[in-house]
Design a protein around this ligand. Sequence first.
Ligand code: FAD
Length: 566
Amino acid sequence: MSENQCKPFKLLIVGGVAGGASAAARVRRLNAKAEIIMFEKGEHVSFSNCCLPYHLSGTIADSEDLVLMSPESFRRQHDIDARTNSEVTAIDRTAKKVTVKNLLTGESYEETYDKLVLAPGAAPILPGSIAGIHRANVFTVRNVTDIRAIKAAVDQEGIKQIVVVGGGFIGIETAENLKKAGKDVSLIEGLEQIMAPFDYDMVQILHKELDDHNIPLYLKSSVTAIEEGCVKAVKDGKEFTVSADAVIMAVGVAPETALAKNAGLAIGETRGIKVNHNYQTSDPDIYAVGDAIEIYNALTHSYGRLALAGPAQRQARAAADHICGIHHNNRGFIGSSCIRVFDQNAASTGLNEKMAAKAGYTYDSVLIFPSDKVGIMPDSNYMVFKLVFEVPTGLILGAQAIGRGAADKRIDVIAAMITMHATLEDLKELELCYSPIFGTAKDVVNFAAMVGLNILYGNYRQVHVNEVRSLVESNAYIVDVREEEEFAEGHLNGAHNVPLSQLRQRMDEIPRDIPVYLHCRSSQRSYYALCCLRGNGYRNLYNISGSYLGISLYEYYNDKTEHRTP
Ligand code: FAD
C-alpha cells in the first residue's frame, strides 16, 4: 500500500461521466479519506452515453434507465460529492483553485484542490459554415438531455423525415434507431464511405445494409444549409435537397480543451490535451483523461485521439492510481471498436490498410469469407474478415470483421494478439474453443493467419479486389473455378470457367506462358486449383483475394456509390 492511499487530500474532477466518474470511484476505493468533488455541467452524472441512441427505438424504453448513478447514490455508496449543473469555468493553477458556476442559479464560487482531474470529454461539432445549423429542429447526441429532446421532437405528429448528417458510430446508430422507430431516415456523409475504421472494400457491406433497410445514403456530399423542411447539400458541385422535418448532426466531436487552454496547459498537435504516460498534463497536479486528451498509439508510435469509453475508463483508473501512488504501465492504445448495423455486426481493431500505409508500414492483407459456424448449422453465415500484417515480420497490425455472427469475438481475439505483439505464426497456433453452435474447428482467425502465412512465405501470390476491374479491362486471363451453375448465375466479363471438379481433365485449356488469375466464390476452391496447377508446373499464378463474393460486393456497391444520384 502506498503512502498516498491513507493521506487525506482534496481531489476535484471536471466531468462526471465515463472518465470523471471512473476516476472518482477508483480514488475512493484506494483512499477512504480523500475529499472528492466531481463537477458536471449537465443534468446527470454517470449515464450510459453508448446506450443513448437505443432510447429512440424504444430498445431502452425509459430514459431514466440511461442514468446509472445519481449524486445521491454517489454520496451514499462512495462518499463522493457529485455536483450536477455545475460548470468549472476557470482554473487558477497558482492558487490551486477552480471557479465553478452553478448553472441553475447563475452564481459562481471557488473550490481549492490538491489534485485536479480533467475529464470534460468532447463536444459534437456544429459547423458554422452550414446555414441554419442552429435551427430548433437540429439536434446532436451527447447526453440524456439531448436524447430526450430528440425523442420528444420526433414523437410529435407530422415528424417523419429525418436526415442524419455524418456516418460515424453515433450517426449510424442514431439512423438505425430512428428507422426502427418508423421514421424515414436519410444519411448524408462527406467522405466516400461511412465508418472510418473500415477499409473501403469492407465497408461496402455496411453501405449495402443501409440500402437494404431503405436508408438512402448520400456519400461524398457536403451539407450547405438547413432550411424549413429540407437539407441542402452539394455533391460533385451539384446542389441537391433532401426533405427533413428534423436533422441530427453527427459529423464528429471536438475535444473540450478551452478550460485547459485558458489555464495555460499544453495542448497537443492533434488538438487534445497533452498528457504524459501517467496522464499528468503539463502541470503535474492536474491530470486529464478521456475524449479530451491525445493518446499514444502503440502501433503507429504517434499521438492521436480516440473517443471510446473503454480507453477513457482505463485512463481514469491509471490517473487515479498515479494520484494514489500506484505504478501504472502505460502500453498505449490500438483502437478497438464495434457496431451493429441492422443485421450486420462489424468490429475492427488496430490498423486498417489506410492507417498502416499512413504509418509507413510495409504490409499486406488477406480478405476471406469463411463460415462463422459449421456450414450445416441453420444459422451459419459467412463472415467477411480482413487481416492486416507487416511484411516481412508477419506482425499482426489490425483486423476488421463484418457478418451476422460474432464479429466482436473474432476482433477481440486479434486485439489481444496485437497487444501481445503476436505474429501470424502465433495466430495460426492459437488454440480456441469450438463447438458447431459457436464456430468452426479452424476458427475464422486461425484461417486468416494460415492464408496470411501462405502469402507471407510466398506459397502463392494474390491480387486484391480493387485490382480486378483493371485486370478485366486489360483482358487478363481469369479462370473462374466455380461450378457451371454458379458461373451461369453471374461472372466476370471474359472469365474462363474451368470448374475445380473438371480441372485435372481440362488443364491444357489453361495457358502456361501468361499470368493466370484464379477465383471461385470465396478463394478456397481457387486456392486448391492454384495448388493443383502449381503441382503441374504452372508458375505464373495469382489467387484473387476475396474472390467472387469480394469482387461483387466491392464492384457493385462501388458502382452504386459512384453513381448514386440524389
Ligand atoms: P464524457 O463521457 O462525454 O464526459 C464528459 C462530461 O464532462 C460531459 O458530461 C460534460 O458535460 C462534462 N463537462 C465538460 N466540460 C465541463 C466543465 N467545464 N465543467 C463541468 N463539466 C464539464 N464509446 C464506445 O467505446 N463504444 C460505444 O458504443 C460508444 N457509443 C457512443 C454513443 C454515443 C451516442 C456517444 C455520445 C458516445 C459513445 N461512445 C462510445 C463514446 C464514449 O461515450 C466516450 O468515449 C466516453 O464517454 C468519453 O468519456 P469522457 O469522460 O472523456 O467524456
